[in-house]
Each structure stands twice: as structure tokens, then as C-alpha cells.
Design a protein around this ligand. Sequence first.
Ligand code: NAD
Length: 510
Amino acid sequence: MTELAEAPAVESGGAITRIPHWIGGKRVDGTSGRSGAVYNPALGVQSGAVDLASVEEIDAAVQNAAEAWESWRTMSLAKRAELFFRIRELFHMHREDLAKHLTAEHGKVLSDAMGEVARGLEVIEFACGIPTLIKGEFSEQASTGIDVYSIRQPLGVVAGITPFNFPAMVPMWMWAPAIASGNCFVLKPSEKDPSASLLTAELLKEAGLPDGVFNVVHGDKVAVDALLEHPGVAAVSFVGSTPIARYIYETGTKHGKRVQALGGAKNHMIVLPDADVDMAADAAVSAGYGSAGERCMAVSVLVAVGDVADPLVAAIKERLPKVKVGNGLEPDSEMGPLVTREHRDKVASYIESGSEQGATLVADGRESAPDGDGFFLGVSLLDNVTTEMDAYRDEIFGPVLSVVRAETYDDALGLVNDNPYGNGVALFTRDGGVARQFQFDVTAGMVGINVPIPVPVAYYSFGGWKASLFGDSHAYGPESIHFYTRGKVVTSRWPDPATSKVDLGFPQTR
Ligand code: NAD
């Protein structure tokens, strides 16, 4: 077995680790002379320096992938499936190593990091079924003596550009179906927590993936623009914030690429008066503060309908002091730090602006943050939030939950449907009829009924509506196989020499 990378400076901060690219099956030091600082957010110290790629380095990675594609595209489905089973085993064996990389650079608690890896593994397991997933259709005798069949073929070199908040899982959403479908992949992970992508590359090599099929280039806008403009890149998958998602979609499609760009979110959880208040309060705390609110499916707005508001806010308030905030490596920590100091300060500014703009500050995370240099914030709860407030309008992406009080179910539904985002939404009720009407009426891509974070299982696809998705393909699941392949329809005839004749008419099907 090859030597795998240690999680960077997990325990103490330690020395600063250089984080290079991965091109053609090996680590390649960057030559641009530019690097980005990577932090251990629990300690507030720099742990790594990530190489930031130049246009030439992006070109080298794409060239490498294109060369590898010539043979990768011919590998049989049987061998690809076998390889994916090996990949699955290896990632399963190393799930804790991966999780430690996530905790070290993102800050999420280790149990949550293990959960991230587990959800990513489900997508790898889905990809093991590639022989079935990529099957075409066949129509015998579509016309007399003529058969018609469809096949799906890989696109070539495809790129993935990913956000900081799921440094292992979101890349898995992309590379697993893309590679299983016969493409070669160039990953541009977030420069804030890039190390998990290198361990991913090492594990793929260890499993037997040929060199050049999976590449990692680190970088910022320079690298992203080079990928978007590169003629050798056939498709781009993006997950990140809405302004960048819009830019990626517009620039990528302008350069003739297939693009799916998943954007930000402002997820609402509606609680109706008949809901189980304890169940709803538990769900709101887990979904609002889990991973310090840095999940695109985190609940950010709690819509309390009618007279459920007072008991619900009281039940949440009672739970908040029990949320243990601390270093993600401590076994009793339930919530870690924010990813960077700047992000922590930006999140904190919404607590300030919320109370200035008239919200009731029920819990102030600035006061309950642990001491030390880490980028910590405790849990915050704002009540009586209205739609004009910044805390309602912006995606905060931190441990700040806003309660909006609505008089009726229709008012609550209106809030969700008027919101520019449409990623996830949840309804808490005991009324099946209302729930069924809700799933019909609501304009969001992923709906939870008494489930606060309705991330679809790997054999369905993940994606939002409105400003949460640009392009029409959702991530992973069946839509990913469609996204990473293109269709070809073959109409074939094996001529009977006796009936062979020239016919200048337009082909008829009867
Ligand atoms: P981000 O948009 O800042 O960065 C995402 C990627 O884009 C990174 O790789 C980054 O290097 C690159 N990038 C950043 N600025 C760029 C620019 N100006 N030009 C070109 N590329 C650029 O997002 P983030 O802060 O890393 O992640 C958090 C965001 O991601 C949140 O908005 C969250 O909702 C969203 N997100 C969405 C989903 C989803 O499935 N819809 C999932 C996870 C995260």
C-alpha cells in the first residue's frame, strides 16, 4: 500500500504543510509562485499553504486527463464496476482519515465529518451500478428489417469546482458518477480546505484508477476561469454560492460547455400549530446549528405559524445552552468553529444587524463562544424577524436561526415561494392532507415532511430550484449519469441482398 497523506497539523497547529496539485497520478508542486493560506479554524492558526494554479498548470491537468481518456473510455463496464467496488472498500477503510482532514481544515466536529464521508460513500456505491445505470434502449424491427438503439457515451474531460463546506462529499457527488460513466475528471476544490482532495486522489490511485483519470488543481478565480475557457473541458459541475454559480453557468455555457451550477440557499422550516413541538424544536436545533450552520441544506428560517410560536421558541431556547461548542476533535463537541475569521465576523454581523433592525435577540452566540483564537461563535436565535431584515434576506451560512412568525399556512407558504432561493424546505405537521398539498405547491427542489434536512439518498438526484440551481441537471443519482454522458441513437439495417435497391425518398418508419 502506498504511503497516504497525514491529516495536516490536526493536533497542535504545528508546521505549515505545503498542499500541491495532483496531476497525472502524482503530487506536482505549483509553479505559479502564488499560494493561499489554509487554517486550522479550531486553533485559529495557519496549518497549510495551498498552491494556486496558473493557466499553464490548468492546461497541463486537462492535457493529462485528455490523454488518459483515450484508454479510460474503452475500459469495459465490468472492469469499471469492479474498480468502483475496490474504491468503495478503500474509502470505507479510510473514512476516519478523510474525516480528520475535514475537521482539521473545515472545523466541523469529527462525528459530523464521518457523516459527510458516509453520505459521499453512498454516491460511490451508486456508481458501482454503472453497468445498469448507463444501459441504452433497443427497438427491434422499428421498421421492416431495421433496428434502432440508443447508447450513452462519456463526454471526455469534465471539471468539478467545489465549495468549502463539504470538501470530500461534494467532490464525490461529481467524480464518482463522472468517472464511472467513462470521463476523466479535473477537480478544483475550495482553496480553504483542499487537503481532503489529495487524500481522495491517493486513495483512487491505490484502488487502481489509471493515472490522469482523476486530477486535482488548486486555485482561485485564475484556475476557475482557465477551466471555464479551456476548449478541452466538455462539462463543468459547480457547487457554491449563487453569484459565483450564475457566473460559472454564464461563462461556461458561453464557451460551449455543458454546465450544472448549484448555488446558495435560504432554507425555511415551517411549523404548523398541530406539529409536535418537541420534535420540531429538536429538528430546528439540529438543522439550524449542525456543522455551525455551514450547510447548504441548513435550516436558516423557522416559520412559526399561529400559536405554535411561543411554545416553539421557548422549547428551542431551553435546548440552546446544552449545545456544546468546541474543537471538533474533542469527543463531546457538537458544533465546531466557522471556517475562517472573516466568515465568523460576517456571521456575527447579522446578530448585530438583526437586533438593530428590530428582531428579538433570544440567544447571542457572540457571548457563548469558547475562549481562544479559534474562529468560534456560539448559537444565536433571533425572534420576530421580518422579511426586510438583512438576517432574513441574506444567506448567513452560520449558526444563526431566525424565527419569522406567520398567521396562516398560506402566509408561510407565500414566504417560501417568494424567496429567491429554492434549495430545501421542511414542513412540520401532523396533517397528511396539508403536507400533500404543500409538496404540490412549494417552489423548492428538496422537500422534507417532518424531516428538517431532506438531502436525497444517492439513487435520487440533489438540486434546488430558482437561484439555487443554474442549468437543468441536478447532482448525483440518475441525473448525474445523464449529465456526464451524451446520447447517440443508432438506426441499423443488415441488408438482404435480394431486396437491395436505391430509394431517394425520405426514410419512412412503417
Ligand atoms: P464560493 O462560491 O465562494 O466558492 C465555491 C468555489 O468557487 C470555490 O472552489 C472557489 O474557489 C470558487 N470561487 C470563489 N470565488 C470565485 C470567483 N470570483 N470566480 C471564480 N471562482 C470562484 O462558495 P463557498 O463559500 O466555498 O461555499 C459556500 C456556498 O456554497 C454557500 O452559498 C452554500 O449555500 C453553497 N453550497 C451549495 C450547495 C448546493 O448543493 N446547492 C452545497 C454546498 C454549498
